[in-house]
Ligand binder design. Sequence first.
Ligand code: F6P
Length: 320
Amino acid sequence: MNRIGVITSGGDSPGMNAAVRAVVRAALSREVSVTGFLHGWQGVIDNEAIEMTSRTVGGIIDQGGTILRTARSQEFRTPEGRAKAIQTLMEEEVEGMVVIGGDGSLTGALVLAQEHAFPVVGVPGSIDNDISGSDYSIGFDTAVNTAVDAIDKVRDTAYSHERVFVIEVMGRANGFIALEVALSCGAEAVIVPELTYSLGHVCEKLRQMAVKGKKSALIVVAEGAARASDIKEFVQSQTGFEARYLVLGHMQRGGSPTAFDRVLALRLGAFAADRLIEGYSMEMVGVDGEKLVAHPLSYVLGTERSIDHDRMALVETMAR
Ligand code: F6P
């Protein structure tokens, strides 16, 4: 290969810049040129190509967001949109693509590869950590730490006022962020979409804890499970605790990536570029413990990642 392309696509996540830097510098080290496209797949359709050099990716390892910008392209979901994208790739003499993004972006990559026999390698980039085939996706660790930092502050005021705080975190249809955050913050309860929950049970626990002298509590809820405002109303009406709620929202997607996410992004980005240049396609790179791995995209996208029941149980055990 003489030239590969790179995009960041879907919801941004901290560490995407470090991944772009790794793709570019790994390819350049093998004498392969790199074209970046702005705005994800939509930018490929619209030919927003830019030449990537070592300098274009200088000074970005610590930056949140993505210098390539990102988008969720409706047009790319259509065969016509993908045909336009292929035309751009031909015009720009791009022979394969590294796609950094979540499952929607990777699904698009697989369909393009199947329809047009075009080489693609995916890199998991999403705060949600809901992508099979890698223990971690880029940005999850930073998002968790951002939420933990915010909730640690909330705990101070919850304690002083003897209140229950219900905190809603992101994660789309999954509770991976919520669970990790709940464990890290010592939350009294966590509510995730993957498992049925009983608010009655949560309230009963809070009442029992109050009897034993615990006068404040934190409940972490994943956005895909319930609204924090509804849970706050219910808890307040059923327990007599004064309650407040907080939706952390998009702040979880921003900020400088943690060292963990930077190193993860560098390893995955460089590995993805290597695999693509070596002729692999329709796969996603990931980590399995300390090891770098690559799995077929069909496996990654067809396999549901499941919530860790031991971790869920640990939240319950620790809340007393
Ligand atoms: O997939 C990442 C994510 O941040 C989810 O956690 C969240 O549900 C969604 O994106 C929000 O998307 P948008 O930025 O379009 O509001």
